[in-house]
Design a protein around this ligand. Structure first.
Ligand code: AMP
Ligand code: GLY
Length: 425
């Protein structure tokens, strides 16, 4: 069969790479892809948000399974458009994707299903949000734009004035546009963060091994927020018993609630969790694989990913054997462009990729890369996700950084402490 991956990041390279290993797969297309997906599959020059163009491509090229990487095309109705044409696709419909594209909707679902999460209030205008903030005690609080804001729509505030300023930026200055039509204000939670992802067909869940992302730019979780500077899996912060608890009290009730609301959820349900003293609480849901969490998770998958995603798309997950995993943990270190997550320049030739590929148990997933004049050059902020397996987390980390040292370009940098938080358990 032919398969199509939509998107152009590290997550999409990992998906394309893994699906290319399936004995059932003939061609792996990636739209628009990067230099890595061009090596492990075939790139198609169609943008990830060109729904009509992608439907046409899937029809014309006998694509039997499409997988959507990023949230924006899901929120725009990519899955609905494919299903109207009877094309098989893995991911939630537009209505189900609201779990990520509207934080206020997500909070309603969580509250209705009694899933543990921060206390919150939702507002439609700045005045009422500011009145609420002034009426309560001056204490740390979190202000969020309701809609999709590429991970930038969250303000964790120490003081009331900071929170009021965040409300004004979102609702009056409209820095996130229509994503700021509603505002969610919530209690600030404390603890370690972890990502628990499950593949679901709307009834049956396959929970994946837990992962931990590193959202801040610099070592020791300092600096600005990013899309994610590295991840590892499984994380000992969530043990087997806790994973079972999360399944039972967070994932399953959410899937059931979505079904009751006639928005059956198919695809990846990704719970961003805060591990608090009172137990895990949901910070947010995403409706897709995490990037970079997808990279260390998929490098450990021994089963055929196509079987799993296809069963989820068909509603057949209960008939599938549980996926098999490499017992070794994996660590993914993101190498980024100078200036990221702020402004950065592109087009720098990347050296040492062939040497890095020689390091045992390593796969270099590409994110912001492209081919230019016969060489691989940078084309984004997060450029590579250097991912390694090892007999322990420290050994996987060592292996990943051994490969990182082989790679260089003008301005390349990465965090040096990816996976260190595993040691505090
Ligand atoms: P979100 O996009 O909702 O996951 O938020 C992005 C980041 O903001 C999270 O990864 C947390 O680090 C932080 N955050 C979000 N909500 C809260 C909260 N209620 N308490 C503390 N930190 C939060
Ligand atoms: N790693 C965070 C995300 O994918 O949203």
């Amino acid at each position: 069969m032919n398969v199509l991956v939509i998107g152009n990041g590290g997550r999409e390279h990992a998906l394309a790479w893994k699906m290319a290993q399936s004995r059932r797969v003939k061609r792996v297309f990636c739209a628009p892809g990067n230099a890595g997906t061009a090596a492990d599959g075939e790139n198609v020059p169609i943008a990830a948000d060109d729904i009509a163009g992608l439907v046409r491509f899937a029809k014309d090229n006998q694509v039997q399974l499409t997988v959507v990487g990023p949230e924006v095309p899901l929120a725009a109705g990519m899955v609905d458009a494919f299903e109207r044409e009877r094309l098989r696709i893995f991911g939630p419909t537009k209505a189900a994707a609201e779990l990520e594209s509207s934080k206020a909707f997500c909070k309603e679902v969580l509250r209705g299903a009694s899933v543990p999460t921060a206390e919150h209030r939702a507002f439609r205008d700045a005045e009422s949000a500011i009145r609420f903030l002034r009426e309560r005690e001056d204490m740390p609080i979190v202000v969020k734009a309701d809609g999709l804001a590429a991970g930038k729509g969250v303000f964790v505030c120490e003081r009331r004035e900071e929170a009021i300023d965040a409300v004004r930026q979102i609702a009056q200055d409209r820095i996130f546009g229509a994503a700021g039509d509603r505002i969610v204000i919530e209690e600030r939670l404390h603890g370690q963060e972890a990502s628990v992802l499950a593949i679901t067909d709307g009834r049956t869940l396959v929970t994946l091994p837990p992962a931990q992302d590193h959202k801040r730019a610099y070592d020791g979780d300092t600096g600005p927020n990013t899309g994610g500077m590295g991840a590892y899996s499984p994380t000992p912060l969530v043990d087997e018993a806790q994973l079972g608890w999360i399944e039972e009290h967070i994932l399953v009730p959410t899937i059931h609630a979505m079904k009751r609301m006639r928005r059956p959820f198919r695809g990846v349900l990704y719970a961003g969790l805060m591990l608090t003293h009172q137990g895990p609480k949901v910070l947010e849901f995403n409706v897709r694989f995490g990037d970079p969490e997808c990279q260390p998770i998929l490098i450990r998958l021994k089963s055929d990913l196509v079987d799993v995603l296809e069963a989820a798309a068909l509603g057949d997950l209960d008939r599938l054997d549980p996926p098999r995993w490499d017992p070794r943990p994996a660590v993914c270190v993101v190498m980024a462009s100078e200036g990221y997550p702020g402004d950065y320049t592109k087009g720098h030739p990347i050296r040492g990729l062939a040497e890095a590929a020689q390091v045992p148990d390593v796969k270099v997933f590409h994110a912001g890369t492209t081919w230019k004049d016969g060489q691989v050059v940078t084309s984004g902020g997060r450029v590579l996700g250097v991912t390694a397996l090892g007999n322990s987390i420290p050994l996987a980390k060592l292996q990943a950084y051994t490969a990182v040292k082989c790679i260089r370009w003008d301005g390349a940098w990465c965090r040096k402490d990816i996976s260190d938080k595993a040691a505090i358990v």
